[in-house]
Structure formats: C-alpha cells, structure tokens
Design a protein. Structure first.
Length: 133
C-alpha cells in the first residue's frame, strides 16, 4: 500500500481475492469479475487488455511469480481459458514495457517454495507543452 495512494489501482495476477483485499486498493477498470482460472470468460480478453493499456494499474502483484506454479493450477481446471490468455499477454507485453520490478518476497504456494513479485509503473515523461501560436 505504501507504493500507491488510496485511489491508485493494483492488479493481482492470478487474481487472489484475499490478497487483493489485504492490499485494499481499487482494481483496474476491467469487466471480468475475477482473473482466475475458470472464472474469467475468454470473450473479455481483448477489451480488458485495451482497458488495462489505457489505464495502466500503478502496481502489479504477481503470485506465484514462477509461471510453472500457476500453470499447474490452471491445468487442473481450464488451461487455456480467458484468465490464462489475459495473464500471458499482460505479463509478456505490458509488464516489461511499462513496469519495473520493485520487490520480491519468498512465500509458499501449493506446498512449494514460491515468490511474490511487486511491479511498479515506470515514471512517465511529462509531455512538453505545445508551442504557442
């Protein structure tokens, strides 16, 4: 919470409602109710990615950060559904382009050693004012 003001958004991937509640910050304005395995419909992926790119969350929390751990979870229910698609595209395209890794924390996930990563939006240059006519 120290990385955001009360009105700045935080995206948790895969979306863990308990973790999001502990963070206590608004989530980005996406239409999918929960970005988690079988809870997120594939038909929303394109519109939600566009919404995320228009209004990038200030912070992204990824847990577990090791994709093989969350892929194992996805394989149980719905491997290549909407949640998998939006996560892959966000993590592969938007995250490296717009964010810097702020911190990592050792955790446990499914009885294995894991890591939680916190990514913060890179500072954006302030556009120069238009020249006077």
């Amino acid at each position: 919470r120290a990385l955001t003001s009360a009105d700045e958004t935080v995206l948790v991937l895969p979306e863990d409602l308990e973790l999001a509640a502990l963070i206590d910050r608004p989530r980005p304005p996406i239409r999918g109710a929960v970005v988690f395995v079988d809870q997120y419909p594939e038909r929303l992926v394109q519109d939600d990615l566009a919404a995320l790119e228009r209004e990038l969350p200030k912070v992204v929390v990824i847990h577990p950060s090791d994709r093989t751990l969350w892929r194992q979870m996805f394989e149980i229910w719905m491997y290549e559904g909407g949640a998998y698609a939006i996560m892959q595209r966000f993590l592969d395209h938007l995250l490296p382009k717009h964010y810097r890794l702020d911190s990592t924390f050792r955790t446990r996930f499914a009885r294995k050693h894991a890591e939680l990563q916190i990514w913060v939006l890179k500072d954006r240059p302030i556009p120069a004012p238009a020249p006077a006519p």
